[in-house]
Design a protein around this ligand. Structure first.
Ligand SMILES: [Zn+2]
Length: 127
């Protein structure tokens, strides 16, 4: 994927400003003990990762949207598969999908959130 697009920064979890530095200290979102760990600023360009106190509260809304979207996607996928599912089977599939992708969604939410506020400025940015 091309550097310089928001999607590149979001999916690769890179600094939204330079697309070089990692947004999270641990690349694997399923290492749950490190899931919240972010550097205070980008190691490459110095972009602060927390723009104001409690900056990532807003990411919860993004995360909520992603979670609802996933639930709807699983529901539609089950409808398309055409079996006669029982209510509890829908619930198990949707809740299971949400639980399995929770760490991924959490990080995507933060990544999307900071990308809403910080623009890409290229690799050779000054502080
Ligand atoms: Zn950076």
């Amino acid at each position: 994927m091309k550097k310089g697009t928001k999607l590149y920064s979001i999916l690769n979890q890179k600094c939204p400003r330079c697309h070089e530095g990692d947004l999270f200290e641990e690349r694997n979102p399923y290492k749950l003990s490190k899931i919240f760990d972010m550097p205070a600023e980008c190691p490459k360009c110095g972009q602060p990762y927390s723009l104001e106190p409690s900056f990532y509260y807003g990411a919860m809304y993004v995360n909520y949207g992603l979670t609802v979207g996933l639930g709807i996607a699983v529901f539609i996928a089950m409808l398309v598969l055409g079996e006669e599912w029982q209510l509890h089977e829908y619930l198990i599939a949707i809740i299971g999908a949400i639980l399995i992708t929770m760490p991924l969604n959490f990080r995507l939410g933060r990544s999307i959130w900071i990308n809403m506020f910080v623009k890409y400025k290229g690799v050779s940015v000054e502080n």
